[in-house]
Design a protein around this ligand. Structure first.
Ligand code: ADP
Ligand code: MG
Length: 694
């Protein structure tokens, strides 16, 4: 019988395949390029391309594509057949080194935030040899970065790679001071992915799901998630078959899909992979989302990745587990058991605290989207306030260091980092605060604010860069210290004292925390447009310039794209809602009220003294709501027309402040009607039908 080991990674041109198929010197040259981040020699590229082509053809491929991640957040590909014409009507199958390393998709339809207007219209894609090529739909996919001709980035991958370099450089300098040996420091990520599965036939009958990914209308079903019977519950057979099929497809692509379970809301599930190097984790997560949708089709499901597909039950997020490790496999966020390791660990820990405190705005910005705005602060996801959970043990240790007191249960003298051993920090007690946006979970941080449909590239670019910034500053202090041990001690203590306001171990869902956070001076950016506005502050522009992650021009372009994307999302939602109300809901309601009215007149003509109290009252109720709904949808139409007066960030704010409330009004009347209009009249599947299918 074929086992997982037989087909795991069978669709990936990975290290083992390269070792087997490339001439030894070529393999070595390629490895060196990857490890040292050098440019690829054309002769090496030709040889690699040839081996890749042969391998792909053997696996039945006919096409290749440069697979890239434009700023839309999804992946893009343009397929080219391997064929070249030959004399006598025959074909030659070709793929050169040049085609491997550089592609020229027509960039004009990807968002560039003004970059294309200012610079070259065209862009090119360049192979990222640190990420393996793979096969999808009989096509050889080559992971690439995407740039404009003048070098401005047009994708999410390039800045991420730059940020990984930056943090590697800075972290290396620090660990060398501690005498830790390594060539590279790698950031690792394990993104836990939430999603919904509903019947495809229901999906196909809802224009809102089709056009916007979420339900814009829909009354609560009699049952929601209050019984708490779904989380980790037994899987429906069809769902379990889906998950098995999905795992198999992901394993073939070398993705370590590891854990699957039911989530809190009905029809909600989660998939967690084993963590890996950040850029690979990003690629893998993009692929995972794509394959999730594709496999769903085969099983008669639609897979919903939107952050808030259904009101009233939990939405979906993505937990971004993040750590740093050396190329020798030492996790730098793992508390050590020697004085030296502990001091190094605490230094990295406070670097993260300082980074999160000083760049709360950027972290918040990196996860902002129209979809995610429905989750943050809604008692199901972290609030929009960024804070760090450390757990009681670590907090106690840091408090003791700050106050110069002995650490509980230890010797009476005060703790000296690099000299004394820390008390052990039990791993399992650090992970029990599910409400925290940024939690230390024993040997990694879990950034929990991400939306389910997100590319994890941007949040990790920010995270890597802000931590690199703090490490660089630390190095400046430590590298000139005369007494290294006490300098580390002072630095940890002073940094913690200066940034302890960002630490919060309590319930992030409580209203007390909102007040407390305000008292502490923490930011509370409740909507995406507000969060986007922080991107261009001088301190943030300086940060990205300093590490060569984004130039000012690139940041301005991002800002434009983010606002644009937000406005377009709400615009489409508003138009979809107007369409559904005008062409589906109002006609259904009118039919229903017409039937009641007819019924009353039939009864009366048959027997004038017959009682029609129920009909009269229901009719009045329906008529009342129907008229409110009609007026509300007219207001929404007017509001959408007025959007023409705005542009850029002001348009995004307009959609947020003026259109969303109008949509809420429409929804409230429509949902009230849904609860009293006859079932057979209602034009699309209800929450109950979608979420509790059999
Ligand atoms: P949960 O958050 O549900 O308790 P786990 O603790 O099992 O889940 O782990 C969640 C994710 O964290 C997994 O994807 C796992 O691979 C990842 N993870 C574990 N260690 C690291 C690490 N050092 N760096 C990045 N991610 C990690
Ligand atoms: Mg988690």
């Amino acid at each position: 019988m074929e086992t997982v080991a037989d087909y795991f990674g069978s669709l990936v041109f990975n290290d083992a395949v390269m070792r087997e198929r490339l001439p030894k010197d070529i393999y070595k040259a390629l490895k060196r390029t990857v490890e040292e981040g050098k440019d690829l020699d054309i002769n090496v590229a030709n040889s690699v391309a040839n081996a890749m082509k042969t391998w792909a053809l053997e696996k039945g491929c006919t096409h290749y594509t440069h697979w890239f991640q434009p700023m839309t957040g999804i992946t893009a590909e343009k397929h080219e057949a391997f064929i070249s014409p030959m004399e006598g009507g025959k074909v030659l199958l070709e793929f050169s080194g040049k085609e491997l390393i550089k592609g020229e998709p027509d960039a004009s339809s990807f968002p560039s935030g003004g970059l294309r207007a200012t610079f070259e219209a065209r862009g090119y894609t360049a192979w990222d040899p640190t990420s393996y090529a793979f096969i999808k739909d009989d096509t050889l996919c080559i992971p690439t970065a995407f740039c404009s001709y003048s070098g401005e980035v047009l994708d999410k991958k390039t800045p991420l790679l730059r940020s990984m370099e930056a943090i590697s450089t800075e972290a290396l300098k620090i660990i060398k001071l501690f005498g830790t040996d390594a060539k590279r420091v790698i950031t690792t990520v394990g993104p836990e992915q939430e999603y919904f599965l509903i019947n495809k036939s229901d999906y196909a009958r809802r224009k809102d799901l089709i056009y916007t990914g979420r339900t814009l209308l829909g009354a609560r079903a009699p049952k929601g998630q209050e019984m708490e019977d779904h989380y980790f519950g037994a899987l429906r057979t069809r769902v379990s078959e889906y998950m098995q099929d999905l795992d198999r497809e992901l394993w073939k692509l070398g993705i370590y899909a590891k854990t699957s379970h039911n989530e809190a809301a009905p029809c909600q599930h989660e998939l967690a992979p084993i963590f890996t190097t950040t850029n690979i984790a990003v690629d893998n997560n993009q692929l995972t989302m794509e394959i999730m949708k594709k496999v769903a089709e085969r099983h008669g499901f639609a897979c919903l990745l939107h952050e808030k597909p259904f009101a009233g039950v939990n939405g979906s997020g993505k937990h971004n587990n993040w750590s740093l490790s050396t190329d020798r496999g030492t996790n730098l966020l793992e508390p050590g058991d020697s004085p030296k390791d502990n001091a190094q660990f605490l230094l990295f820990l406070v670097a993260v605290l300082k980074a999160v405190d000083e760049y709360q705005d950027l972290l918040r910005m990196s996860i902002a989207s129209a979809g995610n705005d429905h989750r943050l602060g809604a008692n199901e996801a972290p609030p929009a306030i960024v804070s760090v959970f450390l757990g009681d043990e670590l907090t106690e240790i840091l408090d003791a260091i700050a106050e110069g007191k002995p650490v509980t249960g230890r010797t009476k003298e005060k703790m000296q980092l690099g000299v004394h051993v820390l008390p052990a920090i039990p791993k399992d007690t650090t992970d029990r605060n599910r409400t925290s946006p940024f939690a230390f979970t024993g040997n990694k941080f879990e950034f929990r604010m991400l939306g389910s449909s997100f590319s994890v590239a941007e949040p990790n670019t920010v995270l890597n860069t802000i931590v690199a910034k703090e490490l660089k500053e630390f190095y400046g202090i430590l590298s000139v210290a005369s007494d290294f041990t006490s300098a580390v001690n002072d630095l940890v203590r002073d940094t913690y004292i200066a940034h302890r306001r960002i630490v919060f171990n309590g319930n992030n869902y409580s209203s007390e925390w909102v007040a407390e956070a305000e008292r502490r001076g923490l930011l509370n950016l409740s909507s995406s447009p507000e969060a986007y506005d922080t991107l261009l502050s001088p301190k943030n522009i300086e940060l990205f310039n300093e590490f060569g992650i984004y130039s000012s021009v690139e940041l301005h372009s991002r800002y434009e794209i983010l606002n644009d994307e937000y406005s377009k999302t709400i615009h489409i939602e508003a138009l979809t809602m107007i369409d559904m109300i005008n062409r589906q809901v109002l006609p259904a309601v009118m039919d229903f009220s017409g039937e009641i009215a007819k019924g009353i007149s039939y009864k009366r003509s048959a027997m004038p003294e017959m009682k029609t109290d129920a009909e009269n009252e229901r009719l009045a109720e329906v008529e009342g709501l129907e008229n409110y709904l009609y007026k509300a949808v007219k207001e929404l139409e007017k509001g959408v027309a007025l959007a023409a007066d705005y542009s850029g960030a002001s348009l995004a704010h307009y959609y947020r402040n003026s259109i969303l409330p109008l949509m809420d009004d429409v929804r409230s009347y429509c949902d009230a009607l849904e609860l009293i209009v006859g079932q057979k009249y209602w034009p699309y599947p209800t929450y109950g039908e979608m979420l509790f299918y059999v």
